[in-house]
Design a protein around this ligand. Structure first.
Ligand code: ZN
Length: 596
């Protein structure tokens, strides 16, 4: 079997060589005990427990084939078309990341079962929305499981689509925010991604040609230049938020194929646009699924929207953009958004269940809010959930020609080859509850390489000790701290990370409307019979120690204010520790505390 990395080294790729390579989907990263390892284990169990015959039931019924499965519910009640390809993709990716052969086999079984329901014409009877995801499942099962027959199916279904899909390509507008156009072509501008990836995997020129049809040049070109400081981005808004981030995964795939440097600029600027104008403190974005104008709408949405951010799909799209930027540029800062979402976006959701109960929106409303799953079973986020979870181990370490980079502080280990030596790097950390991480090198012979550690933008000061001795290093936020030397077996690097308490205003129009965070971990105020925190105006973000005090248990903080007997001022804890349905507050108006 050809490994997927070998396939991607083909001459179909015209982008310059990647500065960094990720290792998680090659099975080189092992997660150690902690919430991320739990989440990955849970996703394997849940998605394997969905009966394959149920997933295929709707397709078989539509094709008049016998089925021993049961109908599914919610979005999958007629067929599972809306998320089928993402489930298959997630299983293929997770099998590679976690070394789970049962999931690999399940992905193949699902594709075989689905193929039997297809006519010779290659008509999947799917709308473009599900079709795009089916292409992803086919490409990923070829790439990560080595099931080459998937590429034959891809050629067949693409032949039909190329001859029959509506090519209106309606530009998204506030009245048609996902570019539906006349014929249910919603989110057509996300189609190029997996077609380009299919071309890179298999070399079928029809895939590249058809991918190019769906380039969203009208939107992408608006990101070729960043506006001057203080000027708004010249980008239309009130568009479908998740898919308008996800379209940059198509731009990233187009960059891989064409090597067009303008696309790399577009990716950098899209990252900056979303992180500086669209995101909440958690990294989530898109109230009511809209992109927001730069006029305080983001902050005002907290007054009334309950669907503050589509967390799971949004996390997945951000992971893809950031990971493409990490590889292409080698710059540490592109892991900051990933980290935010890992702790406070995806990482603060309640996992998808075997019945399809799925996290979707989070609610950051002022006053009080709760986490609730989506009202329908098996929505879009049940597809992106397994994909995003499968990506976690791929986001922690990267290798470069001269060494290895640690992008995230997660208990885990990675094995890689350098200069003919096999290096095992083990990361022991209690982060974020504790503020240090210890990196231990194991190798068969002394080897020279550079070990880089990401300096987060939020750090209040990072410092490093090598084998117990302080090292004088530039630790500039948003860059790498670098130690280049000949490493020997047992060397350790201890990193004091520098996380501290922060108050993050939602936007510049609402300087007193803040969420609290400790490093990347957004804190929620307990809202069960409590009063909100307030501050005497004007207040300074440096006054945080006067508002909150750490209790010593995990990342739990007590308010220094008293409140009333019946409603004391609530304490704060990580948003990830709040269970479904429990009242809490993510954002607070410090000058106008709201009690509902
Ligand atoms: Zn979703």
């Amino acid at each position: 079997m050809t490994s997927w990395t070998d396939r991607y080294r083909s001459d179909r790729r015209n982008a310059p060589p990647a500065k960094l390579k990720a290792l998680g989907l090659q099975g080189a990263v092992t997660l150690h005990d902690g919430p991320f390892a739990d989440r990955v284990a849970n996703a394997q169990e849940t998605y394997l427990a969905i009966p394959a015959d149920d997933i295929l039931h709707g397709f078989r019924a539509e094709a008049d084939l016998p089925s021993s499965g049961k109908p599914m519910t919610g979005w999958a009640s007629r067929t599972s078309a809306a998320t089928f390809g993402q489930w298959v993709s997630g299983m293929a990716r997770l099998s590679a990341a976690a070394g789970n052969p049962d999931l690999a086999q399940r992905a193949v079984d699902l594709l075989k079962g689905w193929e039997e329901t297809l006519p010779a014409s290659g008509d999947t009877k799917m709308h473009v929305y599900g079709w795009e995801k089916a292409v992803c499942g086919l490409v990923d099962t070829a790439l990560y499981v080595g099931y080459d027959e998937a590429l034959d199916v891809l050629a067949r279904v693409t032949g039909f689509a190329a001859a029959n899909f509506d090519r209106t390509r309606a530009k998204a507008t506030p009245a048609d925010f996902a570019g539906d156009g006349p014929q249910l072509m919603l989110e057509w501008y996300t189609l190029a991604e997996n077609l380009h990836r299919g071309y890179l995997a298999g070399g079928d020129p029809l895939l590249q040609e058809f991918a190019t049809v769906w380039h969203y040049d009208d939107y992408w070109s608006l990101f070729e230049e960043a506006p001057a400081a203080g000027q708004p981005w010249p980008v239309p808004v009130w568009l479908h938020a998740y898919s308008h981030l996800n379209t940059f995964a198509s731009a990233a795939a187009a960059y891989e194929v064409t090597g067009d440097e303008r696309l790399l600029t577009v990716l950098r600027n899209a990252h900056d646009y979303f992180t500086t104008t669209q995101c909440y403190a958690t990294g989530g974005f898109g109230p009511s699924e809209f992109t927001m104008p730069e006029d305080g709408s983001l902050g005002r949405s907290l007054e009334w929207r309950t669907d503050t951010a589509e967390i799971v799909c949004g996390s997945w799209a951000a992971f893809k953009l950031c990971s493409a930027l990490m590889k292409a540029t080698g710059e540490a800062k592109y892991s900051d958004w990933v980290e935010q979402l890992l702790y406070s976006g995806l990482g603060a959701t309640t996992p998808v269940t075997i019945d399809g109960v799925t996290p979707y929106y989070q609610d950051y409303r002022l006053g009080i809010s709760t986490k609730l799953p989506h009202w329908d079973a098996w929505p879009c986020c049940s597809g992106t959930y397994v994909q995003a979870v499968s990506q976690i181990s791929d986001l922690i370490y990267y290798t470069a020609d001269d060494g290895v980079s640690v992008a995230l502080f997660v208990p885990s280990e990675v094995t890689f080859q350098h200069d003919g030596a096999t290096v095992l790097l083990r990361q022991s950390t209690g982060f974020p509850e504790e503020d240090t991480t210890t990196l231990t090198v194991s190798l068969d012979r002394p080897t020279e390489f550079t070990l880089r550690v990401r300096v987060p933008q939020w750090t209040e000061g990072m410092s490093v000790r090598l084998n117990g001795e302080p090292v004088q290093l530039a630790c500039v936020p948003g860059t790498w701290a670098e130690v280049a030397r000949t490493w020997t077996h047992g060397d350790t690097l201890e990193v004091a990370i520098g996380a501290g308490l922060r108050a993050i205003p939602v936007d510049r129009w609402h300087p007193n409307r803040v969420a609290f965070a400790h490093g990347p971990v957004v804190l929620a105020q307990d809202g069960i019979w409590t009063s909100p925190l307030s501050a005497i105006m004007p207040w300074q973000a440096t006054d945080l120690d006067r508002l909150l005090t750490r209790t010593g248990e995990g990342l739990h903080f007590d308010a220094r204010q008293v409140g009333t007997n019946r409603q004391p001022v609530g304490g704060f804890l990580p948003l990830s520790e709040i269970p479904d349905r429990q009242p809490h507050r993510v954002y607070l108006d410090l000058d106008r505390p709201r009690i509902i």
